[in-house]
Ligand binder design. Structure first.
Ligand code: K7E
Length: 633
């Protein structure tokens, strides 16, 4: 039925999703899950958004002129971008191109962006996991780091200008998936999981011998963005996490079977999480206990089973997300094909590496059963955890201490509530929930499917991001929001951390365009006042200022075949007066915000008159803000 708010839809949804997964997997998933739930825990389904909102304590309504309380950084998935969203309004504030060319700001067009993207940048990326740099377990407002699964890269976004400033190719692996930052003493390392198994070197040898395929865990230096070291592991690496003490990183692994197709990756009842002992790895690197592969100089250590700096903890079954609790005590692996999550205690991991434990499973302190398809867990800072159940299309709220008590044999109900979401949630994230400052106000559920929630948009549906009030005892659904494909993960941070750090215009000495300004200086050009053309053989440099509503140069002349570099400097001192510079029929557009210098280089391969004009509406006479490029035949 198409009746909005009719809960009967959900039964259809659940059945079809379950049948789909079970079919693909050849598994009888219907046999696990539901029946194991403690009595009375399920239910408490949220009705339609309106009703929940009326009953909720918190509201998503942010009146005109008011600011959101939280910044959200949304990964853009295969769009390749990161989105800046205000929470609780869920208003999209800005898009930050990272791996994707973007004509709006000329990302992939300007020389400044090409210096970040590299000379032969691929057509896009697939970014899942945005995480902010931390100091002692608190967000520090410096950078956002994000993975690119599609092209095996890690990028960094500067939070002061909300612009990508570094992209690093990670060698020796294929598809960077999980990404997290070192929390203490600071970031520090950026941890990145290589997901797929490949031969190393991957140069055409060993194609037909999967036994020789492998993958690695990588640590980048967050300051230099160089890859510091890599550790060879068993299994496909999925998600990764760090502790609050700076001692460990931990990754979930699926496909312990080393299968090359779907059925064979699901044979084992347990896969594992692998813990990386950072001090021991650094020591091994110092001692030279590594090799390098092919032309890469990155130290590669062997951390497969039997290594002294890794610990393999058996986890049921194809675990996916891994999330550390903000009290610094626990880390939770999410079972995906198992209805359980596995709670491990960091101090017991200390014990393992100190030789005090016999069985790797001794680090496990609870394994609560939550429902079908647990993927990711978030925290409220009050001892509760929130786990997305992909197949059930629910979020389960459960209490960590009670789960541990139940594991110890006590008769307690660790499940607090389950709330329906629409539909198929991947990540969920709580406000400040991946830091010591978890404040337990909001939870965002990133739902992959949205069918029947919005007006039809053709066969491609938007995702549905749902905002849930977790400030009280019960979760309350407050808002639905359609989003373009495809966010995987978000972080939500209080505005106090960033609001005064974000610049409203560019500093003239910003490193983002320093190379361009240095080039101008070499040409004897002061970009703040000069508009002139400089020719060096077939290379032509066109310098001009822009101040609403006029470019510093009304026309310039080049010859067909010249290599032309246009350098525009916005000398408007007024906040928000951004200019654009577009050359018609030449594929050039770039954004120049107040204080910025931007440049683009192209070959003048068509003779004739080509108008250039301002693309960002800047002035009442904006339409008149134009000029002519004259290309002689
Ligand atoms: Cu679950 Cu790539 Cu974090 Cu997608 S990942 S949901």
């Amino acid at each position: 039925t198409a009746e909005p708010g009719n809960p009967a839809r959900r039964n259809f949804m659940k059945t079809s999703a379950l049948a789909g997964l079970a079919g693909a997997a050849g598994l009888a998933l219907a046999g696990c899950g539901k029946k194991g739930e403690p009595a009375g825990a399920a239910g408490a389904a949220a009705g339609p958004a309106k009703a929940a909102s009326a009953a909720g304590e918190l509201s998503d309504h942010v009146p005109p002129g008011q600011l959101d309380e939280y910044y959200g950084f949304w990964s853009g998935g295969q769009s390749g971008e990161v989105r800046l969203v205000g929470v609780p309004s869920m208003r999209e504030l800005m898009r930050i191109p990272v791996f994707n060319p973007d004509f709006t700001i000329g990302w992939g067009v300007t020389n400044e962006s090409k210096r970040v993207l590299g000379p032969n940048f691929p057509p896009g990326g697939d970014c899942h996991h945005p995480h902010m740099s931390q100091t002692d377990g608190h967000y520090d407002g410096r950078y956002i780091f994000i993975n690119d699964k599609a092209h095996t890269r890690v990028a960094r976004i500067r939070c002061d200008v909300m612009r990508t400033d570094r992209i690093t190719d990670v060698p020796n692996v294929q598809a960077i998936h999980g990404l997290r930052v070192q929390r203490a003493p600071r970031t520090g390392y950026v941890f990145a999981n290589g997901e797929f198994l490949i031969p190393a070197p991957n140069d055409g040898r060993d194609l037909d011998d999967p036994a020789k395929y492998q993958t690695m865990f990588s640590a980048l230096d967050g300051d230099t963005m160089e890859v510091a070291w890599q550790v060879l592991v068993d299994g496909n690496l999925d998600n990764t996490e760090a502790d609050y003490a700076g001692k460990y990183a931990i990754s979930t692994c699926y496909n312990s079977e080393k299968g090359m197709d779907l059925p064979s990756t699901m044979q084992a009842e347990r896969d594992w999480a692998v813990v990386f002992n950072i001090a021991r790895i650094e020591e091994a690197v110092k001692k030279g206990e590594f090799k390098t592969i092919g032309s890469s100089k990155v130290p590669v250590l062997d951390g497969r089973h039997g290594s002294s700096f890794t610990l393999y903890i058996p986890i049921p079954k194809n675990p996916h997300g891994i999330n550390a609790s903000p009290d610094g005590k626990y880390v939770v692996a999410n079972g995906k094909l198992s209805p359980t999550v596995t709670v491990m205690e960091w101090s017991r991991i200390d014990d393992w590496f100190a030789g005090k434990l016999k069985d790797p499973r001794d680090v496990v302190v609870a394994e609560p059963e939550l429902g079908l398809g647990p993927l990711h867990t978030a925290y409220d800072g009050r001892g509760n955890a929130y786990t997305t159940l992909f197949i059930d299309s629910q979020i389960a709220k459960w209490n960590i201490a009670d789960a541990i008590a139940a594991h110890d044999g006590k008769k307690v109900n660790y499940l607090r509530q389950k709330i329906d979401v629409a539909y198929q949630p991947g990540h969920c994230h709580t406000s400040m929930g991946e830091t010591r400052d978890a404040d337990g106000k909001w939870l965002v559920s990133l739902n992959k499917f949205s069918k029947d929630r919005f007006l039809p948009t053709g066969p491609l549906h938007p995702d549905n991001d749902q905002l849930i009030d977790i400030s009280g005892e019960t979760m309350k659904l407050v808002a639905d929001g359609p989003v373009y494909a495809e966010p995987h993960d978000v972080i939500l941070l209080h505005r106090r951390l960033l609001i005064d750090k974000v610049k409203k215009s560019w500093e003239r000495d910003d490193p983002f365009f320093a190379e361009t300004v240095a080039m101008a200086k070499k040409h004897g050009v002061n970009v703040l006042s000069d508009s002139k053309v400089i020719r060096e053989g077939r290379k032509v440099f066109v310098y001009m200022t822009s101040a609403a509503p006029i470019f510093g140069m009304g026309s310039f002349k080049v010859k067909k075949g010249d290599e032309v570099t246009v350098v525009v400097t916005n000398i408007d001192a007024v906040e928000d007066v951004t200019h654009g510079f577009c050359i018609v029929n030449y594929g050039i557009n770039m954004e120049i915000s107040p204080g910025a210098t931007a440049s683009a280089t192209f070959t003048a391969d068509k003779a004739g008159v080509f108008w250039y004009y301002c693309t960002f509406f800047c002035h009442a006479m904006h339409m008149e803000m134009s000029g002519r490029m004259l290309v002689e035949a």
